[in-house]
Design a protein around this ligand. Structure first.
Ligand SMILES: N[C@@H](CCC(=O)N[C@@H](CS)C(=O)NCC(=O)O)C(=O)O
Length: 212
């Protein structure tokens, strides 16, 4: 059975759990990281030398890096669904995954979210947070434009690209920050919220992560 190491409050773990939920795969999730610890054991180091979550084990293969895990699960279990059969369509999902890891997450997850939630108020750098809020909004305007004629990031149906990118939306739309008008991103978020796996694995309260 597939094993996934990672706490429910990690957005990178949420991507993997959302994918497993969409694919209906039997699995076991083991709480690890954050308050659960467990990343510094020799056994975990053999699975993931970076000692980070998510980490997945399937059929004796250990896979780490959330987007590598998404691609692994989609290719193995989601041919024609999460893994678009057409290379051009799959490349569109891939492009937004790369955009997420290289642009969107640095600005939003590691900038805005870490700045506001994972940093005590007296240590928050308001200038840097404001800059990252603006950068995030500008990036999402690009995605908004793309979504004007794509219901999902790679076309008509949900793929791994929506999972990598969309996993950030719950936090983006629930933090008290300024947001530009994003009608197509908002409509996409509404479509994602209709999915039970998104609601179960991504819409996870993050108050316990706040450093006060
Ligand atoms: N690029 C990696 C990032 C992995 C990462 O930074 N994981 C964090 C949680 S989001 C972690 O393991 N932190 C240590 C901890 O939770 O104790 C991925 O996408 O999987």
């Amino acid at each position: 059975m597939i094993k996934i190491w990672g706490r429910r409050t990690s957005v990178n773990v949420q991507k993997v759990m959302w994918a497993v939920g969409e694919l209906g795969l039997p699995h076991e999730r083991i709480d690890a990281g954050g308050k659960f610890g467990g990343l510094d054991t020799p056994e975990f180091g053999r699975l993931n030398p970076n000692r980070l979550v998510p980490t997945l084990e399937d059929d004796g293969v250990a896979v780490w890096e959330s987007h590598a895990i998404l691609r692994y699960l989609a290719a193995k279990y989601g041919e024609g669904t999460l893994w678009a059969a057409d290379p051009a369509e799959r490349s569109l999902a891939d492009r937004w995954m790369e955009w997420t890891v290289s642009a969107f997450q640095p600005a939003f997850t590691y900038g805005v979210f870490v700045g506001l939630v994972r940093t005590p108020p007296q240590q928050q750098d308001r200038t840097a947070i404001a800059r990252d809020v603006t950068a995030t909004g500008a990036l999402l305007k690009i995605l908004d434009n793309h979504l004007s004629d794509h219901p999902f990031v790679a076309g008509a149906a949900l793929t791994m690209g929506d999972i990598a990118t969309g996993a950030q939306l719950y936090r983006y739309f629930t933090l008290e920050i300024e947001r530009p008008e994003l009608p197509n991103v908002e409509a996409w978020y509404e479509r994602l919220k209709e999915r039970p796996a998104f609601r179960e694995h991504v819409m996870v309260p993050y108050d316990e992560l706040r450093i006060r």
